[in-house]
Design a protein around this ligand. Structure first.
Ligand code: MG
Length: 336
């Protein structure tokens, strides 16, 4: 490892996170399941295919427009299961609580977790509580793990991706990161930017059930759409081209990004999915996503091309081309 100390950028989901995963965790824990580096681990037990995933939540502040750490913790894990084609079933919830936290805040967080779990039909079946001294944590951290079942007929992989396949994003990008940032910095936007934090398992389930030829899915969380697409491209012999004018961005998010010098392509989402789908099914797939409230702004934003292999290119609104790279640095720490 190049760095001798951990920096905030190691938790950004971008380049340094990848270095940490590929330089330390992957070689230390080496096995064929982990090496897939999917949103969930895919496990075969007898004739059952299970998906298993975990995530920790350290968002600051704990409450923001459109959600809170509890809703985020349940939705994030449900979405990591859903994007690998699993039906989410069971969750765990681990709480690391700082001494002095208002009980009413914890109750609100737990209530959000319950609501999101009931909405998606998952049960929180096991958990853990730890309390640390005042000053040792920032109020509350939450960890969730999730288990889901993957139908035997489902197999999504970047290895199925071909030239001509289309790339769909299920709605506007950058909402979550900008909502948390404006709340944290008390930027007082009116109306406030709302996080997109939402469970996607219903919408994704409908998309799968429709029979469209899905090749691969991923939720563009930390590191944003750009990082997710570069992750996908890095596994391909092909390239990805996306068109800036087709990428949905809310006006408020675009304005705040411009003021602060951020690129919405790199801002986290918590209620969006990127779908790579065969060309012939793309319009149909977009229509199915749009039938769902969380997918109403779905757009076809790009396609798989021959060249440049392994890279993502952006056709800009004014007709230029630029290479899109993975997130470098810690653009927005602690947004999830
Ligand atoms: Mg994910």
């Amino acid at each position: 490892m190049k760095n001798t100390k951990i920096t905030l950028a190691h938790g950004s989901g971008g380049k340094l996170t990848h270095e940490l995963v590929k330089g330390l965790f992957l070689p230390s824990f080496t096995n064929t399941v982990l090496s897939q580096l999917g949103d969930s681990a895919l496990l075969q037990l007898k004739d059952m295919n299970l998906a298993f995933t975990t995530d920790s939540y350290v968002v600051k502040p704990l409450f923001f427009p459109g959600g809170d750490i509890g809703r985020l913790a349940v939705c994030g894990t449900i979405n990591d299961l859903a994007v690998v084609g699993a039906r989410p079933l069971f969750l765990s919830a681990g709480f690391i609580i700082e001494e002095g936290l208002e009980m009413s805040l914890l109750e609100k967080v737990v209530c959000s977790m319950k609501e999101a779990a009931v909405f998606t039909g998952v049960d929180i079946v096991t958990g853990d509580t730890k309390v640390v001294e005042r000053g040792s944590a920032d109020g509350l951290y939450v960890n969730t793990c999730g288990i889901g079942i993957v139908d035997n007929t489902i197999h999504f992989s970047t290895a199925l991706i071909e030239v001509g396949d289309k790339i769909i994003v299920s709605g506007t990008i950058g909402d979550h990161g900008m909502a948390v940032l404006s709340e944290r910095e008390s930027l007082g936007f009116s109306p406030p930017i709302q996080s997109d934090c939402a469970p996607l398992s219903g919408m994704i389930g409908n998309l799968i059930a429709s029979g469209v030829n899905i090749k691969f899915m991923r939720d563009p969380t930390r590191g944003g759409l750009a990082t997710t697409l570069t992750e996908i491209a890095s596994t391909l012999q092909y390239g990805i081209v996306i068109e800036e004018r087709n990428i949905p961005v809310k006006n408020g998010v675009r304005a705040l990004c411009e003021i602060l010098g951020y690129d919405p392509l790199y801002i986290a989402n918590e209620g969006k999915v990127v779908v790579v789908v065969s060309e012939k099914d793309a319009v149909n797939a977009r229509g199915i996503l749009r039938q769902d409230e969380v997918g109403k702004d779905a757009e076809i934003i790009g396609e798989i091309v021959d060249e440049p292999s392994g890279r993502v290119c952006l056709k800009t609104a004014i007709g230029g081309m630029r290479i899109v790279d993975m997130l470098v640095g810690d653009q927005l720490p602690r947004i999830c």
